[in-house]
Design a protein around this ligand. Structure first.
Ligand SMILES: Cc1cc2nc3c(=O)[nH]c(=O)nc-3n(C[C@H](O)[C@H](O)[C@H](O)COP(=O)(O)OP(=O)(O)OC[C@H]3O[C@@H](n4cnc5c(N)ncnc54)[C@H](O)[C@@H]3O)c2cc1C
Length: 191
């Protein structure tokens, strides 16, 4: 019987770990409290009304293709390391042979951080890029193109890339006149 691996958290780290274990003869289950992976770096654009929310969310089950990769929706309530099991808040207990914690928590030292650089968009066709280890600092349309390309590359899924490109394209053509709709919470007393 294949050994069971539980991966806690389906962000960048958890998904990368699950896909790296595909086809290794293991039974891999990724657990997340949400049924979708969220591309957080563009969250602010959803808040600003520049992108539709579905462009930065990808269903976990679509990402975890493979007979040996499974997804379990649930919130991890407790770890029982001596028993090699975890308790979900719906009361289910899952046992494992190997456990991988990827819940967006800081890793304990030693931890080697490699700075890949920083970039930020400044406006229409303008962004700033800094790659310290090559002493590169620049801004302008080439930095903007790099920002655009890198974000499109990093968003998971062709559909999400196309949705993002479409939203950005129409936004740039309309000079940023996005439709900003503020929704009241369901129990709001507002009319
Ligand atoms: C608004 C914003 C903008 C950002 N911009 C950038 C950027 O421009 N460049 C950059 O490099 N980084 C950026 N980051 C940081 C980047 O998103 C994080 O470094 C990265 O997401 C960390 O990945 P992770 O897999 O470790 O954790 P996360 O992506 O946080 O994933 C953790 C997962 O664990 C799940 N989880 C947590 N607790 C439980 C539980 N108890 N039970 C079940 N599931 C649980 C969560 O639902 C989540 O899916 C940004 C972050 C935010 C919030």
């Amino acid at each position: 019987m294949a050994e069971r691996v539980l991966i806690l958290g389906g962000g960048f780290a958890g998904n990368a770990a699950a896909r790296a274990l595909r086809g290794q003869g293991l039974e891999v289950t990724l657990i997340d409290q949400r049924n979708y992976h969220l591309f957080q770096p563009l969250l602010y654009q959803v808040a600003a009304g520049d992108l539709q929310a579905e462009a930065i969310a990808t269903p976990q089950r679509r990402l975890l293709r493979g007979a040996d990769l499974h997804f379990r929706l649930g919130r991890v309530a407790r770890l029982n390391l001596p028993q090699r099991s975890i308790l979900l808040d719906d009361g289910d207990i899952l046992s494992y042979d190997y456990l991988s914690q990827r819940r967006g928590r800081p890793l304990p030292p030693p931890f080697a951080y490699r700075d890949p650089g920083s970039m930020a968009v400044l406006g229409r066709f303008d962004a700033v890029c800094e790659i310290e280890r090559w002493h590169l600092h620049w801004h302008g349309w080439s930095a903007w193109l790099l920002w655009l390309g890198l974000h499109l590359y990093r968003i998971i899924g062709t559909r999400n890339r196309l949705l993002t490109l479409l939203d950005w394209g129409t936004d740039y053509l309309r000079h940023g006149a996005a439709v900003e709709i503020i929704l009241s919470p369901p129990n709001s007393s507002d009319p």
